[in-house]
Structures are given as C-alpha cells and as structure tokens.
Design a protein around this ligand. Structure first.
Ligand SMILES: [Zn+2]
Length: 496
C-alpha cells in the first residue's frame, strides 16, 4: 500500500494547456492530490463536512451508491479543488513527514493530532492526507461572542451566497463570507481584494489565524447588487446568484414575470443569452465571467417587452471579484513553447464552437466527474513564465489517471468536435445545451464521432498524453456561451 501512495505522489503530470494573453507552455503542477482514508467512527456525511462538500458529491466522485457501505481504511477521492494556499488549521502530509514532526511544527502533541483526526495509530498517516491541526470549535475567537448580523441566504456555500429580492429590494447591508474548510484569512482577503487587517477589523478578530469552518465574516468594501431603476410591474421576482460574481466562475440570474414577456440583457459588454421557460414567464441567464475581468462594479441591464410591445428596463449593479486563484512561477528553457499563436488559434476555435447556443437543456443535475482519477491541478492557477506577468492561467482541471483509464461524458449531450489539436491532442467537445460545453483533452483514443449523442457517464475515450503533454492525464474544461469557466463549480452546484 505504501508503495502505491509513493507512486501517486511521484506521478507529477505536466499539463500544458493554458489560456491567457499568451501561449500555452509547460507547467509543473503543485501536487494537489487529496485522498481521505476512512477512519473508525467516520461516515460519509462527516467526511464530506470536513472538506466542505455534500455527502452526495463525495459519493458520486467515488462511485458509491450506498452511503452506508464505506469501510475503515477505504480510500476516498476528495473531489473539491484543494486551496493552493496551505491553511493554518490543517496540514497536508508531505513525503518524509511523521506525525511527530508535524505535531512539533505546530506545537502540538501526537495525542492531540490523533484525537483531532480520529487516528487509531500514529503510523498510519500517508502523503497527501489532510490533517486537522486546530479543531473548529477550539479555534473560535472569544471576541466573536457578539455575532455578526444575521442574514438569510438560502445556501451557505462560501461566496455562493444566494439572495432573491423583490421589486422593492430587501438586500442585506453587508456581504458575508462563510469560512470553508482549508481557508485562511489571507486567502479570503486575496479573493475579495481585502487586506488581512481590513477583514480582522471589520469582524473584530484579535488573532487572524483563528478561523473556524462555518464562521461568518463580513467582507468590507464589497458592494451588493443594487437595482438602479424601478423594475416593470410585470416582474415578480429577480434572483442573482451568487451576490458577487467571480472571475472564471459562473453566475445566474432569474427573472419571473406575471405575464409572458420577452427579456434581453447586457453585462460586461456582452449580449446575454436568455433562456425562456414557462411560456415566457421564467427567464434564466447563465453567465460565465471571463478570467482577468477587473475587480469592479458593473452595470447589468435588462429590457422587458410585454405582449403589447411596451418595453421597460430593469438595471442593477453587480460586483465582480478576482476569485483569489493561486499563482505559479515557471521557468522553461524551450522558448518555442511560449509562442502564443498556436494556443490562440486553438482557443479561438473552441470559443467559436462554444458560442453556439442549443436551446435544449441536456443536463438535469450537476455534472459528474469525467474520470475516476485524482485531481492534481485545479482551474484558474495564474502563471508567470520566465518572469513574465501573471497573464495566463490553467483553463481546466487535470485528472492524473493511468494511460487507458476511461474518459466519461460529464452529462448527456451531443459531440460537436473530435479532433487532434496541436496542444490539446485528441480532444472531444460535447454540447450539453443552454450554452454549456465540456472538453476532454490529451486523450489516447476517442470512441465517439462528431454528431454522436452521448449519455452522462458514457465512456467516450481513454486517458493519454497526446498533444503538448508530458505525462498521461485528462485535462477537462468547461465553456459557457464561449467563456472558459471552472468545471468544478458545475460538479458542486446544480444549474440553473
Ligand atoms: Zn490541464
């Protein structure tokens, strides 16, 4: 077993797909392998909670149909993207570390760590294991007795704060971030462009290193959506989710009307794609926020035209934040790899295909993972090559599967491209309808043809190392109306 994990830890796969102002080039991924070994007394729900996941996501990622049927010692893939910045209250075990060395590093005893992590033996830790160093309750700052204002978001999913407000508007006064597993104050600050001091001050934190999972933090300087014009009488509900949009992620807007109307809209200089349902009474917009969108407050404008041809406008302001992605500095010798033309041409091709809108929605739930393999590079990591600015990023999620491992369609859809591309190698692009597409790169072989209808979970190819890749892995991308977005959000949430 030990050899197995060592092999995993050493399997550093280099992925070369980047999107940005320049070319794709070589990268060395920070090995964000995350595997959890089931300990005595744990159940799926509790493990999921520990990683800020839903039990059903964890079950799905591991192909578990009966959530009661997990065994002590079973290894579970943790599907959530691991934060690139190491948290203070947890520690990921590296090669050569022992429980004793970790305990010493954090000024803890071995017994403390064994209790906190339900370890039955001090010898059972393994590379990649995430150990809790501070328990949530113990880390609660005593000054938090005076709790922040109570809000009523319908989902406590970090920045995924949801709020539906009526025509008059009944928004909370402050934006609240719910602390997720593995987050630090500096990571939260990076995401919202706030200093640690500003966050600590706004929340009365005496010690910024003491955060607990689920703690609610007021984020100063974040402007909540604001209706800037009275909305037309026909509009009965206007939902923006989340309240603050994030670069590289997807957001949604829903407008309900009492009578059939036609809605059009614009945001970030683009015409919005409006999905009309319920005979013109329900209007959904799925919006991909391009990476490198400047952190700012932007106008959203909607036009509502009723059956008599009368048109009226709704407009709101929406803040976009940077998302706080990790950074990597990479040095490469082969300057040819930095040539931007090839990557730009590939991106242009994918963008052109994914801007096509199919009005039939093929997915019915969240996306499923495209391979039974650990994730070893997350979406969005900003990259600098040979000292250049951080103007490129990793445009997909990498799955470090052995060559030949099945590549699975993430949802029902239609294959719109199968091709051998210079950088992405053997690539399949699937249209899931309503502007959503998924892409599968570096495959060894493909089992589908353009035009084929595929079902979610269907084997469409095999993991390989074709194209500009230095080791076998699946590079998985998502595109929404021609904008490259984080596919893991679609695994963790159900759209619209
Ligand atoms: Zn990749």
């Amino acid at each position: 077993m030990k050899r197995y994990f060592r092999a995993w830890a050493l399997a550093i796969v280099l992925c070369v797909i980047l999107i940005g102002n320049g070319a794709g080039a070589q990268e060395s991924t920070g090995s964000a392998l995350s595997v959890h070994v089931v300990q005595r007394g744990e159940n799926l729900f509790r493990i999921a909670l520990q990683y800020g996941l839903f039990a059903e996501d964890l079950a799905k990622a591991n192909g578990i149909s009966d959530s009661d049927a997990i065994a002590i010692g079973q290894r579970l893939i943790i599907p959530l993207a691991v934060e690139p910045i190491q948290p203070l209250q947890s520690h990921t075990v590296s090669a050569g570390e022992s429980l004793a060395s970790i305990a010493a590093a954090y000024d803890k005893t071995i017994a403390d760590l064994m209790t906190l992590n339900d370890l039955t033996s001090a010898d059972v830790i393994y590379v990649g294991q995430v150990l809790t160093i501070e328990s949530g309750s113990a880390a609660v700052d005593a000054t938090q007795a005076e709790s922040p204002p109570e809000l009523v978001p319908t989902a406590d999913t970090g920045a995924g704060q949801r709020h539906s407000f009526s025509r008059v508007g009944d928004l909370p006064a402050d934006f609240v971030h719910v602390v997720q597993s593995g987050e630090t104050l500096s990571a939260i600050g990076l995401r919202y462009n706030q200093t640690i001091n500003a966050l600590a001050q706004a929340n009365g934190l005496l010690d910024p290193s003491f955060l607990s999972i689920g703690q609610r933090l007021i984020v100063p300087g974040i402007q909540l959506p604001r209706l800037t014009l009275p909305s037309p009488a026909a509009v009965t509900s206007f939902t923006i989710d989340p309240l603050v949009f994030e670069a590289g992620r997807s957001g949604r807007i829903e407008l309900l009307t009492s009578e059939p109307v036609v809605v059009s809209g614009q945001f970030l200089g683009r015409e919005l794609v409006v999905i009309e349902r319920d005979a013109g009474r329900r209007h959904n917009m799925l919006i991909g926020i391009p990476m490198f969108t400047d952190m700012n407050v932007y106008p959203l404008t909607l036009q509502v035209r009723d059956q008599s041809g009368q048109s009226s406008a709704v407009s709101a302001t929406l803040q976009v934040i940077s998302g706080g992605y990790g950074r990597q500095q990479i040095t490469i010798n082969d300057s040819e790899l930095l040539a931007p033309a090839v990557e730009e041409a590939e991106i242009a091709l994918i963008r052109r295909l994914t801007e096509r809108f199919t009005s039939l929605q093929s997915w019915s739930n969240s996306l499923s993972l495209p391979a039974a393999a650990p994730i070893n590079a997350v979406f969005g990591t900003l990259r600098s090559y040979n000292g250049s600015p951080f103007d490129r990023y990793h445009g997909g999620v990498d799955f470090a599967g052995a060559p030949g491992t099945s590549v699975l369609a993430a949802a029902d859809g239609t294959v719109v491209m199968v091709d051998r591309l210079q950088i992405r190698g053997i690539t399949t692009l699937i249209d899931h309808g309503w502007g959503l597409y998924t892409l599968y790169a570096h495959q060894d072989e493909t089992l589908v043809e353009t035009g084929a209808a595929v079902a979610g979970g269907q084997v469409i190819g095999a993991i390989g190392s074709t194209g500009r890749s230095t080791g076998p892995h699946l590079h998985w991308e998502a595109w929404l109306n021609g904008v490259n977005v984080d596919p893991m959000q679609w695994v963790q949430e159900v759209f619209p």
